[in-house]
Design a binder for this molecule. Sequence first.
Ligand code: HEM
Length: 453
Amino acid sequence: MTIQPPDVRELPLAPRNPLPLRELVKLVRRLDTGQDVIRDAGGPVTRIQLGPAKLVPPIVAVMSPEGMRDVLGRNDAATDRCIIHDEVRRMAGDSLFVLPNQQWRPRKRALQPVFTRPNVRNFGGHMSSAAQAFVDRWPTGGDLDLDVECRRVAMASLGRSVLGVDLNERGDVIARCMHVASSYTADRALRPVRAPHWLPTPARRRARAAVEAMRRVTTEMVTACRADPDRDAPLVQALIAATDPETGRPLSDGEIANDLLIFMLAGHDTTATALTYALWILGHHQQIQQRVAAEAAAIGDRELLPADVTRLGYTVQVLNEAVRLCPPAAGVARMVTRDIEVTGYRVPAGSLVALGLYGLHHDPQLWPDPMTFDPDRFSPEQVRTRDRWQFLPFLGGSRPCIGEHFARLETTLALATIVRAMQITSLDDDFACEVPFTTVAKGPIRARVAPRG
Ligand code: HEM
């Protein structure tokens, strides 16, 4: 006898979250810690209705491994990009990040080979020298702001890796542009009622100008690489050479410029936050920090290279634990295009599924003592026995982060380079975050650094 799967139409809706509407409105905008409150009140799959169903789509918050699998582990066309991606698309044009699934597939086919683990070594690895520049700025130590320093490291590294240029002081200008553009876009996406797109509000004009400034830089690089195929900008050259393996179609210059722009946007705050949080938490755990320093020191007193990452296993564990505790992408969303089942509930077409990575990574049912920093959670033995949908900083399933290998390479080299050279002591017990799009620090994160003897 075979057991028939239940007809999705007969399944109940996910339980409605019992919190009062006013509180839910605030929590939904608080994209990280708000998830814990929503989960504790309504369970790891819970429905939120922020307004009349005819005007505001229901949100189904999903924060369990089974729920993640049911949404992300499918290869059919039942979910697609949502309002957040649409807003980014309007602002920054078509790119891998925003294209609806059907248009995304050929773009992904062309780009994927560029981002495989062996290939990212051809253009990644600049984080070591960017991190060394940070170390060299503080030869005798002192008090500094980890947030500012790590953002500089990430920008310098991305400039070299993604664009093939030393951005120097242009890096700060680009970082400001990215902040203006992403804050405006995320703020719009999260509003239940939005001004029409054609309305030239001052915030919109500023965001547009910021995007144009960034696009000038990426377009300039594509033009320069077309003119000089030997120019040392391996990622841009690889994108110029990339073709869709099925159709042989290459990417146009406009497509490449847009993708470079989105790599900068998607890669900057995320890698900076991962590094900042890891350094801050190590600044509170001197023994663990010493172990990271010893691991890197065992490689020798030379620049760390991509090939060294295999010898930095404990550093990788620390970074995993850092992005569990502080996932740079706290959550992502998908629009449901036809009724689907999620952990035994029916999620109707037209719903917005909010995949809460922060809530998933902090659930005490999944992570004993979830707020405790414990890199041993990521020892090979523990990882082997864990559900693969329980830890998803780079998402997973059919449409994950294309930059994962690159980001892992960069942050591992940077963390090891800095901690090998300097002892970090965190001066603040906590620091506030905001989540305009990705998670970023709200203010300075003070630390004392001293060269290691
Ligand atoms: C610690 C660093 C990073 C984290 C935690 C992270 C996380 C994520 C997550 C969760 C998504 C899914 C977003 C969604 O579907 O709405 C994503 C997508 C994406 N990320 Fe990353 N990311 C990181 C670094 C990077 C870097 C360095 C790059 C570029 C070189 C990058 C490029 C992208 C792109 C292009 C997408 C869209 C992929 C697609 O839809 O096919 N990311 N990332």
